[in-house]
Write a protein that binds this ligand. Structure first.
Ligand code: VGL
Ligand code: ZN
Length: 192
């Protein structure tokens, strides 16, 4: 069992309409992470622990979009419905929102890339990150890798992540890499 401490934070990665069924870059089963993340949110809120929500927040001409030569359909354009957090996600009062990939010429899969996330976490004395959301093989993977590089302990919420799997095996490779780099895999039932 894992007991939550004052130095723990929950990181919700890109739980946005465009990554859910019906969205522009729907992740298979992406909607299924929402109720599970809500349960994690309740556990953190009950102890008044910080919750961060990252969001893909692209300009309309972002380099990752196919019309610009990128690999993805246009998605999560800042200020549009697709970029909004899933309406069923019960973000707690005081949630700290981190917008990323906001520059036209720069891709940023990690919530740490080009943001002040690391500074915010350090300022708040956070040592352990509990990470879930979308997508396992892109933004979750890169956020977890950067978190570990920055010296945080990482607990990956394996019941609250889903993969794009653009290439078969991407999900498994991402999980293997996160484990190899030192992430701990947990589910809701591991929380005391
Ligand atoms: C993501 C593809 C493109 C993600 C963002 O949030 O995992 N994937 N942009
Ligand atoms: Zn994106």
């Amino acid at each position: 069992m894992i007991e939550l401490h004052a130095t723990d934070a929950l990181i919700l990665v890109d739980v946005q309409n465009d990554f859910l069924p019906g969205g522009a870059l729907a992740v298979p089963g992406g909607d299924q992470v929402v109720p599970v993340l809500n349960a994690y949110i309740e556990r953190f809120a009950a102890k008044a622990l910080p919750v961060f929500a990252t969001r893909d927040w692209h300009p309309p001409n972002h380099c990752s979009f196919r019309p610009q030569g990128g690999p993805w359909p246009p998605h999560c354009i800042a200020g549009t419905w697709g970029a909004e957090f899933a309406p069923e996600l019960k973000l707690p009062e005081g949630v700290q929102i981190v917008s990323k990939a906001t520059e036209p010429e720069r891709e940023a899969y990690s919530g740490f890339d080009g943001t002040d996330l690391k500074d915010l976490l350090k300022q708040q004395g956070i040592k352990r990150l509990f990470v879930g959301g979308l997508a396992t093989d892109y933004c979750v993977l890169n956020t977890v890798k950067d978190a570990l590089k920055s010296g945080f302990a990482v607990f990956l919420l394996i019941d609250a992540i889903r993969a794009v799997n653009a290439h078969p095996g991407d999900e498994q490779r991402a999980l293997d890499e996160m484990r190899r780099q030192g992430a701990h895999f947990i589910t809701l039932s591991d929380l005391a």
